[in-house]
Design a protein around this ligand. Sequence first.
Ligand SMILES: CCCCCCCCCCCCCCCC(=O)SCCNC(=O)CCNC(=O)[C@H](O)C(C)(C)COP(=O)(O)OP(=O)(O)OC[C@H]1O[C@@H](n2cnc3c(N)ncnc32)[C@H](O)[C@@H]1OP(=O)(O)O
Length: 181
Amino acid sequence: MRSEFVVPTDLDTATRHPRAAAPGEPVGEHNPVCYGCGSRAPHGLNLRTIAGDGLTVWADMAVTPWMEGGPGVIHGGILSTAFDEVMGAIPKLLGANAVTVHLEIDYGKPVSVGSTVRLHAELLGVQRRKIFTKAVAHLGDPNDSLAIAHAVFVTIKGREHFSDYVENSRAADEYRPHFTP
Ligand SMILES: CCCCCCCCCCCCCCCC(=O)SCCNC(=O)CCNC(=O)[C@H](O)C(C)(C)COP(=O)(O)OP(=O)(O)OC[C@H]1O[C@@H](n2cnc3c(N)ncnc32)[C@H](O)[C@@H]1OP(=O)(O)O
């Protein structure tokens, strides 16, 4: 499948954090009310991302009727959200808090409502605070991809980054103690 994302040639390697989820274990939600992974998000994907071998993760997403875009197929924005979420678990394997600064999707084939898509993401490398990732969506054969995504995440200091916004969170009551000096 075609992708024009240019992966820098001078990326550094990185190692899995000693306390990161082991292969086969869920990576865990970064926010219980996150649209992508939150188990308590009233609307959302409720994706459960699992650590793979090395610096990889995967998740399965059932494509249900509310995800429809074109007749009978998934909306590209939903697939994009799922990619962002799954690739966003890679920084956690490195023990880092990070947010997306760049997300690029190449859509190769329509994805049918009723199917279950597997999203598989891997670390490409790091460069200073930047974390480069790639992901593939498929129906069981990773070599027969439906779509490919690339994303760049940048590490942040969680409290600093979210302090001006945390009061807007549905879970503000739970977060407040962590943000009070
Ligand atoms: C109790 C506490 C709880 C806290 C718990 C936290 C949990 C962890 C939450 C995770 C949540 C994930 C959720 C899902 C994924 C989202 O949905 S994330 C949401 C969408 N993303 C955002 O809102 C990010 C908005 N952007 C920003 O806030 C700022 O750009 C950032 C990320 C803080 C970076 O700003 P900065 O610190 O000033 O850094 P800056 O020097 O501009 O950039 C750093 C590097 O990134 C590069 N860069 C910046 N933008 C780009 C770009 N668009 N393309 C390529 N490179 C870029 C820069 O060139 C620079 O590179 P180098 O100079 O090292 O080569």
